[in-house]
Design a protein around this ligand. Structure first.
Ligand code: CP
Length: 314
């Protein structure tokens, strides 16, 4: 694996999940692998879990870590080619990515969707520019359309928690008043589609994800019907893909409550975090029926599995 921008960079998903589980069991086994290597963590957006877990994973492997918040610690970066740079962006990504690549052996980038122009977001311009100009491996720390480090941690968590070989996994849309990206839901669907789990997606009409992300998953517009017998309920809000970036519903009946969880097979609730309590999911579910902290903790092992695989192939 040279880059980790999306699932398409991964040769064997199950092997990477198992690598994460192995790293968790023996976190310092490969601490010589990253010796004298540096990773740059480049954030265009805020983060709690991604920033800390990736730093920790890199340090477990013996790497040095540089972190930069673009636009706060650095100049604002221009992404378009051929423009007259007479606005607020003082540096072009061509130079910036190349310079960061001269300091770092691996660059990890977070850059969310703008949610204004679907074609632009789905072209993954920031990831592509860093891949094109940096000259080093790129790791996606959540881009416009995907969050693969999260999805890998999610699969590690399901493998740890599942009680049957082929659990029923339901991805459900949750209500929210702000337009949020599709990245986490897209990525989760894409990765679960690589497993043999039974996989259902449920959301109100108008919230269909991109067809290439839905894949072979069954889509059910009735949430109660979808939740019946679920072993895992993965909650996430996303804005509309078809009416791009719009909030079409804030229907509170889609919030996950104790009553909704009673429809499941004694299932557990999952969410990537951060999550707004009693808007998307009730206090009771988060405090008694969720594995959200285990999921977040597994971000360290997901990042470590990815870094180990890239370092081994350098
Ligand atoms: N789940 C996740 O990516 O969390 P942060 O946005 O806090 O990094």
């Amino acid at each position: 694996m040279k880059h980790f921008i999306s699932l398409h960079d991964v040769q064997n998903v199950q092997e990477l999940v198992q690598e994460g589980i192995r790293q968790k069991a023996n976190r310092f086994a490969d601490q010589e692998l990253g010796k004298n290597k540096t990773i740059g963590l480049i954030f265009f957006n805020q983060s709690l879990r991604t920033r800390l877990s990736t730093q920790k994973a890199a340090e477990n492997l013996g790497m040095k870590v540089l972190t930069m918040n673009v636009g706060q610690d650095s100049w604002q970066l221009e992404m378009e080619d051929g423009v007259v740079m007479n606005g607020d962006k003082a540096e072009h990504v061509k130079e910036a990515a190349a310079v960061i690549g001269s300091y770092c052996d691996i660059i990890a980038v977070r850059a969310f969707a703008g949610l204004k122009d679907r074609d632009a977001d789905y072209q993954e311009i920031v990831m592509e520019k860093f891949r094109q100009y940096s000259g080093v491996p790129i790791i996606n720390l959540e881009s416009a359309t995907r969050h693969p480090c999260q999805s890998l941690a999610d699969l590690i968590t399901i493998e740890e928690v599942k009680k049957t070989a082929r659990p029923k996994v339901v991805l459900t849309w949750l209500p929210h008043f702000k337009p949020l990206p599709q990245a986490v839901a897209n990525s989760f669907a894409e990765w679960v589609n690589q497993t043999d789990y039974e996989f259902i997606i449920t959301h109100p009409k108008g919230y269909d994800l991109a067809p290439e992300m839905v894949g072979n998953a069954k889509v059910i517009y009735d949430q109660d019907e979808a939740l019946k017998g679920a072993d895992f309920v993965y909650g996430k809000n996303w804005s509309s893909y078809t009416h791009y970036g719009q909030v079409l519903s804030t229907d509170p009946s889609w919030m996950i409550t104790q009553e909704k969880m009673a429809l499941t097979n004694n299932g557990v609730f999952m969410h990537c975090l951060p999550v707004r309590r009693n808007l998307k999911v009730s206090d009771y579910v988060l405090d008694n029926q969720s594995v959200v902290v285990q999921q977040a903790a597994n971000r360290e092992w997901s990042a470590q599995a990815v870094l180990k695989t890239i370092l081994t192939n350098m």
